[in-house]
Design a binder for this molecule. Structure first.
Ligand code: PEP
Ligand code: MG
Length: 881
């Protein structure tokens, strides 16, 4: 194996081996740009080192060889007492992990070469001793774990004796003395003296950089960013150049376009007479890059020419780091630059206009996650509001309102026209009306997949959850913040679901221009960002194969989904239509003792249900609407057992028994299930409760006829939930077809595939289905055996830590397991019925990663919440190019 690459041997295509920094340094060197000579030790070597705790065989010899070449190119030798070569030893992984791993500068300085360095820099002894003390400090900290404070304290002590607050107040003598102190600290901590062999310094530094791959912060960062843990880092050894050799030296960073807005032009900062760390540390104020033109016209012009060359070569925005050493420009780093979501869209379209990339490639330069970010309103933090807590950014957006502590109150206060934030320790289905009424939801417990988080995301509602710095006391109607400050009912808070921040008081909110455009309130020409979004989405629509539908149960949601580009409704959850004031009707249905009582209850529900469907059909005039027959266990519509038991017991102890409540309690007890999600729900209900599905199907048919009369084109699809066997579907289908035929209505009849057995017997089920829609929420629940409602808070954090999965399988489809079930069902279903129409309506239908999977698996459409529709359009387009 070859473990070391000269810059001349590498390229940006070799990032796996050379890391981002090494690959790009090689790329620049090969473009003929002024890069200091150097070489890269590969990630292979790092992985071998981490595996065995030792350098792989042959690495030392290779380093010798490349070091010799480096010395020849630099015209200096490591350890030369008269004219020493110094090198930097820098980490550089395949994916950028800013500041997470180690760097050691000035390697090569010793008690003797420090004199040579002074001579080399025209007798600048102060500079030489300062460089040496920096090396001891950095090497001590990163290679030998010497506590950094010990060095800091020694430096402060010297400054105090000198009566100066600034490093610049120290002279060569002070710094030389400091070197002696630093070496003593080093020896006291390590039990040996500071290494005086430069090659030994280099080897130890390389090993320290290898090891820093597993530093705690690096591990955490990778987990957060979903960067694989086994890649390892490359190590770059580069001849040092100095930006701190006087006024004709300096260092800077620059972007080839504005990374915040995408506007063309040169953006950057320059700091004269300084080294890279000084810019990052913000020790002195930088000046705009343009001012370099006055200081050093030649370097400035050269820099601009290089930036233009880099943009042309990388065909994208680049960021760079450079140093000027006594009037000579050196390029220290470049990469395709990070940018804001807005800039990503603007730059991608500019590059089309510049003829640099085509529209297909432009789609690869933006992501659905970026578009989602652009759709949320944002807080304007210019006024520096007081942050009182931080939780998990569960559902993005910016919400302001008065604090309330329960659902009933949320609904009441909201109804009076006051915006509210519902604050709970955690939420449960009873909180739903409050969540709907609130601007945002704040909980002190639970993670990204807690009830609050999942429901809020589904509604497009702002949510911060798991803010464990607050202590919610519902009984006293207040919560306490870490510091003891108390926030009472009615106090105003602002919650940021994009960052997880919670602020006291009302922070001003800026609406998203992108959403205003989707709503038809802003024309694409009005704003360059909106124009870019419009253009890239149109292209995505042109190239995508997947259609995009919405999950919607109301006219408003359906109408919004349509404005956002939905091509139909993929899931109307009809149970949502049985809540609120209709609950008593459902109670009557459940309590019915005779067929006649039941029929009467159903007859009362029919016109309500019919009207619901009419509204949906009107909103979706001309587009398909998938109505799913009722799914959840019926007792979800009844009060809970403890609640009702207490009520009945109290009434009876007062001697005022209530017959209705008593009957209800009996029903609740009778219907109690240990595992309701695995019990009497979905198609099982339809086969057990006579007339229930028939009422819904009749409502669909009658609504279709009513709309037809109004000139509304209806394309109804009836969907059966929770089917596991073709016989279940056949029974429902038979009854449905009879009813539809009798009423003269044509509707497609299909099924959800959400029980593993359905996926595994899809070939048979397809005989009775016009379409499949994957219910990946239940398919994940039953495929993994993970309760949707409990596991995320219970143990997912641990599972993520253990790397059992990198992201919750409820958030992004588990390709290997649940995905396999999907593929089997698609293949076998289509084998039976080549024209089988197939979609997905679980949460995953709006998840970018999952959308790419559904494209690959050959689905026809994805269905997601209205707010995700534009994201799904974009990602469907991206998966097709
Ligand atoms: C599903 O299970 O993925 C689904 C869409 O149905 P629900 O979430 O209503 O159970
Ligand atoms: Mg389901």
């Amino acid at each position: 194996t070859k473990y070391v690459y000269d810059f001349a041997e590498g390229s940006k295509e070799l990032k796996d081996l050379l890391g981002g920094k090494g690959g790009n340094l090689a790329e620049m060197a090969n473009l003929g740009l002024p890069v200091p000579p150097g070489f890269t030790v590969t990630t292979d070597a790092c992985r071998a080192y981490l595996r065995t705790g030792d350098e792989p065989f042959g690495l030392a010899d290779e380093i010798d060889l490349h070091l010799e070449r480096l010395e020849r190119q630099a015209g200096r030798r490591l350890g030369d007492t008269a004219d020493p070569l110094l090198v930097s030893v820098r980490s550089g992984a395949k994916f950028s992990m800013p500041g997470m791993m180690e760097t050691i500068l000035n390697v090569g300085l010793t008690d003797t070469t420090v004199i040579g360095l002074a001579a080399q820099t025209g007798g600048d002894e102060r500079f030489a001793w300062d460089s040496y003390r920096r090396l001891i400090q950095m090497f001590g900290k990163t290679v030998c774990d010497v506590p950094g404070e010990q060095f800091d304290r020694a430096l402060d002590a010297v400054k105090a004796t000198k009566g100066t607050a600034d490093d610049l107040g120290l002279d060569a003598g002070d710094l030389q003395a400091l070197v002696t102190t630093y070496k003593e600290i080093f020896t006291a901590h390590t039990g040996r003296s500071f290494p005086q062999d430069p090659r030994d310094q280099l080897d130890q530094s390389i090993r320290a950089v290898f090891s820093s791959w597993n530093a705690e912060r690096a591990v955490l960062y990778r987990r957060q960013e979903h960067i694989p843990a086994d890649l390892g880092t490359a190590v770059n050894i580069v001849a040092m150049v100095f930006g701190n050799l006087g006024p004709d030296s300096g260092t800077g960073v620059a972007f080839t376009r504005d990374p915040a807005t995408g506007a063309p032009g040169v953006y950057g900062d320059y700091l004269a007479n300084a080294q890279g760390e000084d810019v990052v540390a913000g020790i002195r104020n930088t000046m705009p890059l343009q001012d370099l033109a006055r200081l050093d016209r030649r370097s400035y012009d050269e820099l601009l020419a290089i930036m233009a060359k880099l943009e042309t070569h990388y065909r994208d925005l680049c960021d760079i780091e450079f140093t000027i050493e006594r009037g000579k420009l050196w390029m220290l780093q470049t990469r395709v630059g990070k940018r804001t979501a807005a800039a990503a869209f603007v730059i991608a379209t500019q590059l089309i206009d510049d003829g640099v990339i085509d529209a297909d490639e432009a789609l690869t330069r933006v992501t659905g996650a970026q578009l989602a970010q652009l759709m949320f309103p944002a807080f304007d933090l210019a006024g520096r509001p007081e942050r009182i807590a931080t939780g998990i950014a569960a559902s993005p957006g910016a919400a302001v309102g008065a604090v309330v502590f329960d659902a009933r109150q949320a609904a009441e206060v909201a109804a009076s026209g006051t915006a509210v934030i519902l604050v709970r320790r955690e939420t449960n289905p009873d909180d739903l009306p409050g969540m709907i009424a609130a601007q945002g939801i704040l909980t002190s417990r639970g993670g990204k997949t807690s009830h609050a988080a999942v429901v809020a995301r589904g509604m497009g509602k702002t949510c911060v959850c798991g803010a464990d710095g607050i202590d919610v006391d519902v009984d006293r109607r207040q919560f306490t913040i870490d510091g003891g400050h108390v926030v009472r009912e009615g106090d105003i808070v602002s919650i940021d679901g994009t960052t997880g921040s919670v602020f006291l008081g009302a922070v001003p909110v800026q609406p998203s221009p992108v959403v205003r455009y989707f709503e038809g309130a802003l024309s694409p020409g009005a704003d360059p960002l909106v124009a870019a979004v419009d253009r890239l989405l149109s292209h995505a629509d042109k190239v995508r194969r997947l259609a995009v539908r919405a999950n919607a149960d109301t006219f408003d949601d359906a109408a919004r989904a349509r404005r956002f580009g939905a091509q139909g409704i993929g899931l109307c959850r009809t149970e949502h239509m049985f809540l609120g004031e209709r609950r008593p009707l459902v109670e009557r249905l459940i309590l019915a003792r005779t067929g006649a009582e039941r029929d009467a209850a159903l007859a009362d529900l029919l016109p309500l249900q019919r009207a619901d469907f009419v509204h949906l059909f009107q909103a979706m005039n001309g587009l398909p609407v998938t109505i799913r027959l009722i799914d959840p266990p019926l007792h979800e519509f009844l009060p809970t057992l403890p609640e009702l038991s207490v009520k009945v017991a109290l009434a009876e102890s007062r001697g005022e028994p209530d017959g209705h409540d008593r009957a209800l309690l009996d029903a609740v007890q009778r219907m109690h299930e240990e595992n309701p999600m695995l019990g009497l729900r979905g198609v099982r209900l339809g086969l057990v409760v006579p007339g229930l599905f028939a009422m819904q199907i009749r409502a669909v048919a009658e609504a279709t006829l009513a709309c037809r009369e109004q000139g509304v084109t209806v394309r109804p699809e009836i969907m059966v939930p929770l089917v596991g066997a073709v016989q279940e579907l056949e029974a429902v289908r038979e009854e449905a077809l009879q009813l539809l035929r009798a009423l003269g209505v044509d509707a497609r009849i299909g099924t959800m595939i959400e029980v593993p057995r359905a996926a595994l017997t899809a070939g048979e089920i397809a005989r009775a289905a016009d379409f499949f829609s994957f219910g990946t929420n239940d398919l994940t629940q039953m495929g993994w055996g993970f309760s949707r409602d409990d596991v995320e808070g219970a143990f997912f954090t641990r599972y993520l830590e253990l790397g059992i999965f990198g992201v919750s399988p409820f958030e992004s489809i588990d390709r290997d397991g649940v995905g396999r079930l999907v593929r089997i069902a698609v293949d076998e279903g289509r084998r039976t019925r080549p024209d089988l129409h197939i979609g997905v309506c679980g949460e995953h239908g709006g998840d970018p990663e999952s959308i790419h999977f559904f494209h690959d698996a050959g689905l026809d459409y994805v269905s997601c919440s209205p707010f995700r529709v534009p994201v799904a359009r974009l990602e469907a387009g991206r998966s097709a190019v």
